[in-house]
Design a protein around this ligand. Structure first.
Ligand code: F6P
Length: 531
């Protein structure tokens, strides 16, 4: 393992960065009329234009040599080969097997895992067909109309994003709800809108131990049982699970035939392709879900085989590293110009920040440079009327990912032209700026980078492409920084402390006098309010 500072292209990149800084972005366009062609990439369904970033072909070539020096090829191949690259959890990382072709071979510990993946997919397909057709009914014989996914983190963000994004393909009878938060109004608000006799709950949890999910699931089950006068047979018709933890699912009271399993080599934030995506399949059908998987599969093949210079996840990973470590940009704004992609920034927050928000390398030594950026975003054009002011005129510079579709999902041609014009105008404005020294408040410095992802249309296939592209981008950066992108130990401490605080707050345990004065003061104030 060689830290990034020690890789031979690193000093060359630093010198190159300094030299390039002298020419503004618009100057780079003026110097090279073929810049767009050279710094954009077309794949079926997706055009990625990264020409509005402060790079040249020489930058790409230096970055690619950095990736080679870091052993990216070997690490990528190790992931696809099912090696236990998630060292701290001693696990393989094989979410790519979830979208592999049915006849592919993907091995973990000498076993081809694809047949088991296909078996679960087939079971999900049968269940989904039964529920959608009305053959699967609730306990009182009524058709299911509402699907409530109870899960959090990767067991919610991915399914919710994909489900909303594919709203145009939803079954007309079905509505999907996502309950994640332990704050009572999340579940309570949903329960008030649904009928127990026509609702299916999916308990989505890789571990089946996550406190919020378990609490919400127990409350939902009690709510159902209260309606059916404690007839426990009702649970079998209204509860299914997506999990790796067979015994905990059974202990909860969900029958084995209602459990859709996956394996520990699927990380939570990479699990939407597994049975965690069941709510999506129920809403859009097995065929559309298969198209979603096929988009990801094609991106996997591209990532595996394309030369680094023309390999989209590799280029994006390296571009992000350039922004973070050479340009010192602290964040990345993700702006989908599609209301149905509203949850994309939240999904990418977990994907990127939980994967690469790490301070030590795999050998335990500190990473010598900054790692993953802060991800934030909102749909355009809404965001133009909130934080875009900051993007254009703040002294800080933050690169932007614009995501937009050439063809509309809905509405009129005029609406869509306005949307596209706004998206393109923003990236042009960020780059070119506007000189106005007479009125400094109207002056735009410009020279602000962005990348535009132009999907042909928002379809299951292009969504699969897009999400898999981001997954592999994050992987590339993790390799360059030598971090383990597949664990999340940083979330553990808070969980442990919360367990200890809960009885103190509830008043069933006396306050721990060894706590810091701030936490103790807050606990005391809360307790005083409840008496
Ligand atoms: O606490 C973080 C985390 O482990 C995420 O990585 C995961 O997506 C989420 O919790 C939910 O976990 P589970 O699916 O096991 O309930």
């Amino acid at each position: 393992m060689t830290d990034i500072n020690q890789l031979s292209p690193w000093p060359l990149l630093k010198a190159h960065h300094q030299k390039l800084a002298a020419t503004p972005l618009s100057g780079l366009f003026a110097q090279d009329t073929a810049r767009f062609d050279k710094l954009s990439l077309r794949l079926p369904g997706l055009l990625a234009d990264y020409s509005k970033n402060h790079i040249t072909e020489e930058t790409v070539s230096l970055l690619v040599s950095l990736a080679r020096a870091a052993g990216l090829e070997k690490r990528r191949d190790a992931m696809f080969a099912g090696e236990r690259i998630n060292q701290t959890e001693n696990r393989a990382v094989l979410h790519t097997a979830l979208r592999a072709a049915a006849d592919a071979q993907m091995m973990v510990d000498g076993e081809n895992v694809v047949p088991a993946v296909q078996k679960t997919l087939a079971r999900m397909g049968q269940f989904s067909e039964a529920l959608r057709s009305g053959a699967w009914t609730g306990h009182s014989g009524k058709e299911i109309t509402d699907i409530v996914n109870i899960g959090i983190g990767g067991s919610s963000l991915g399914p919710q994003l994909v489900c909303e994004a594919l709203g145009a393909f939803h079954h007309p009878r079905l509505r999907a709800h996502y309950v994640a938060n332990v704050e009572a109004s999340d579940l309570g608000g949903t329960l008030r809108r649904i009928d127990p006799e026509t609702t299916l709950f999916i308990v989505a949890s890789k571990t089946f131990t996550t406190a919020e999910t378990m609490q919400n699931s127990h409350i939902a089950r009690d709510w159902l049982l209260a309606h059916y006068k404690d007839d426990s047979a009702s649970v079998a018709k209204h509860f299914v699970a997506a999990s790796t933890n067979t015994s905990a699912v059974a202990a909860f009271g969900i029958a084995p035939e209602n459990m859709f399993p996956f394996q520990d080599w699927v990380g939570g934030r990479y699990s939407v392709w597994s049975s965690i995506g069941l709510s999506v399949m129920l809403m859009v059908g097995a065929d559309k879900f298969a198209e979603f998987l096929s988009g990801a599969r094609d991106m996997d093949a591209h990532f595996k085989t394309a030369p680094f210079e023309k390999n989209l996840p590799v280029l994006l990973g390296l571009l992000g590293l350039w922004h973070r470590n050479l340009c010192n940009y602290p964040a990345l704004a993700v702006i989908p110009y599609h209301a149905a992609l509203r949850r994309l920034p939240a999904f990418l927050q977990q994907l990127d920040m939980e994967s690469n928000g790490k301070r030590v390398m795999q050998d335990g030594k500190p990473v010598p440079v900054a790692t993953g950026p802060i991800i934030f975003g909102e749909p355009g054009t809404d965001a133009q009327h909130s934080f875009f002011q900051w993007l254009h005129q703040s002294p800080d510079v933050v690169p932007v990912d614009f995501i937009v579709c050439a063809k509309p999902s809905d509405g009129t041609a005029a609406q869509h032209s306005m949307l596209l014009a706004n998206c393109l105008a923003q990236s042009a404005a960020l780059m070119t700026g506007q000189n106005n020294t007479a009125e400094p408040h109207r002056h735009f410095t410009g020279n602000r980078p962005s990348t535009t992802f132009l999907l042909d249309a928002l379809t299951p296939y292009t969504l699969g492409l897009l999400l898999s592209m981001y997954e592999h981008k994050v992987f590339v950066q993790g390799v360059l920084w030598c971090v383990n992108s597949f664990d999340q130990w940083g979330v553990e401490l808070g969980k442990v402390l919360a367990k200890g605080l809960e009885p103190e707050i509830a008043g069933t345990a006396s306050p721990d006098t060894t706590r810091d004065a701030s936490t103790a003061g807050l606990v005391a104030h809360i307790r005083s309010q409840s008496t």
